[in-house]
Design a protein around this ligand. Structure first.
Ligand code: NAD
Length: 486
């Protein structure tokens, strides 16, 4: 089912949902919350010690193993309902806690998770029959999954991963991002409330109050954890892949966009701003830099300006570089490198502009600027509504630079063009997990595009857009000389 939502549609749905919740007497903005509870209520399934959390998730796993597929699907159905109903709460909490992103877009992301995360129907068996009988291959659970989740889509990732992992028959314990712990644990509690409401165990999934690198290490080494699933930047993906356990790594991206001179340039300008500014550029799939044919670059920027972009000149862009990127010294090598400032990630465009003395209103969604290829805005995954535009001579130069800017992450790339040769050449050269043609980036995760959604896109380990089947192990059962009916 394609959901062709425009910005205006999203705002309309959000206001309607918030009004409904208010009239039902349900609070939309929590007054008091922390990592362990909400509004005076303790979160269910959240523990002080990772070992206790793993023990609880193991009990959850045993309960799931005893359930029929129907029972699992009933729990998932309540998770979907609660996710839709409480999307405004989680969206507001997420923005308040992390100071990143936009409430309306986070509501849309929760609705997407509720609507388009596959459940048990994703688990299918394969049969092979022949002279020797029947061989059946089934997708079996791993056991208890250890899941590390990011600050950028905190509750979305917890709920999306939980649906897939439960559908596959696994238990799950989370080590969420410390910067989004209350929002992530709210989502853990939501899963457990859904389980209890659907007749499942009170604690189906678990988490910790104070996640640290040490608690992650306990998770890596614990014998009950059979699969690690990590959604985050390069550091954490590397750490799970070095754990010695089966791991799924969903890592960083730096998605380039090419716009050639056969594109519908006005639509491309709007699509790129819609995608780039969605949740203030936090999604790892969002447009991060544009390579535009020189002969359409001005028209493209005009279209962007007509759709909520604000253009800054090179001098201001260079000043902004010093604000949005910090210097960090590697303690081992002493090498100093630039890293994104956590004070700026996911902030509104108007907040970033105010830092260089430019005061604008909410109508500005994205900052654009013309740069060269080596500019830090092109090279760094900023996760802010700042979009550099590089003029290119032709498709050869566009592909060459876009592939380099993607840094070999093989995550996501976008192109606006009607030339199928150009589209095919770029898709082949960039080798990304997601390649979106002629649409905003979020079409790649099923928002206004076909296909299921996920917030764990596993490029490095190859599962791609994860779903329930990604969290299974294949088991074969052979019946000799029978069950072939032809
Ligand atoms: P992050 O890398 O800062 O943190 C991710 C998680 O890993 C957190 O829970 C953090 O506490 C933990 N962590 C960090 N280093 C660790 C280590 N050495 N050992 C154990 N745990 C560790 O991520 P973030 O800033 O919240 O998210 C943004 C990054 O994640 C971006 O690079 C983005 O592209 C990427 N991301 C990727 C996907 C995907 O599906 N591929 C989805 C969302 C985010």
């Amino acid at each position: 089912m394609a959901i062709n939502w425009t910005q205006a549609d999203i705002e309309k749905v959000v206001s309607a949902v918030i009004e409904n919740l208010k009239s039902d007497g349900v609070r939309t903005a929590p007054d008091t919350w922390d990592a362990s509870g909400y509004g005076g209520r303790k979160f269910v399934g959240v523990y002080a010690d990772m070992n206790d959390a793993i023990e609880a998730a193991t009990c959850g796993y045993k309960a799931i193993r005893a359930m029929s597929l129907d029972e699992r699907e009933r729990i998932i159905s309540v998770i979907r309902d609660l996710c839709r109903k409480e999307a405004p709460i989680m969206a507001e909490m997420g923005v308040k806690e992390t100071k990143m992103g936009r409430v309306a877009h986070k509501i849309a992301k929760h609705n997407l998770v509720a609507d388009k995360t596959p459940g048990t129907s994703d688990i299918v068996a394969a049969a092979k029959t022949g002279d020797y009988g029947l061989t059946l291959t089934e997708m079996a659970p791993f056991g208890v999954v250890g899941s590390i989740t990011p600050s950028t889509n905190p509750s979305e990732t917890v709920i999306c991963n939980s649906i897939g992992m439960i559908a596959a028959g696994n238990g799950v314990v989370f080590n969420p991002h410390p910067g989004a712990i209350a929002t992530s644990n709210y989502a853990v509690d939501l899963i457990n409330r859904a389980s209890a409401a659907a007749g499942g165990p009170k604690v189906l999934v678990a988490s910790v109050i104070k996640p640290t690198l040490e608690s992650a290490d306990v998770m890596y080494k614990h014998p009950a954890i059979r699969l690690l699933v990590c959604t985050g930047g390069p550091g954490v993906v590397k750490s799970v892949l070095s754990s010695g356990k089966k791991a799924i790594g969903a890592g960083a991206g730096n998605p380039p966009v090419i716009v050639d001179d056969t594109a519908d340039v006005r639509k491309a300008g709007k699509d790129i701003i819609d995608g780039c500014s969605f949740d203030n550029n936090l999604p790892c799939i969002a447009e991060k830099e544009v390579f535009a044919f020189a002969n359409i670059a001005d028209e493209l920027m005009d279209a962007m300006l007509a759709n909520g972009a604000y253009k800054i000149d090179r001098a201001i862009a260079d000043r902004l570089v010093d604000i949005v990127l910090d210097e960090k010294k590697n303690p081992k090598t002493g090498v100093i490198s630039k890293v994104v400032s956590r004070e700026c990630v996911g902030r509104d465009a108007k907040v970033l502009l105010a830092k260089v003395g430019i005061h604008v209103g909410d109508e500005v969604r994205c900052i654009i600027c013309e740069t060269d290829f080596n500019h830090p805005f092109v090279q760094h995954e900023l996760m802010m509504p700042i979009l550099p535009i590089v003029r290119v001579k032709n498709i050869d130069e566009a592909i060459d630079l876009a592939v380099k800017a993607e840094h070999g992450f093989r995550h996501t790339a976008h192109m606006h063009s009607k030339n199928i040769d150009n589209l095919t050449r770029f898709a082949r050269a960039v080798e990304t997990t997601i390649f979106v043609k002629n649409a905003p980036s979020y079409a790649g995760i099923g928002f206004g595009g076909e296909g299921h959604t996920t917030f764990t896109i596993a490029g490095p380990t190859g599962e791609g857009l994860t779903s329930a089947r990604s969290f299974t192990r294949y088991r074969r059962c052979v019946l000799s000389e029978s069950f072939r009916i032809i």
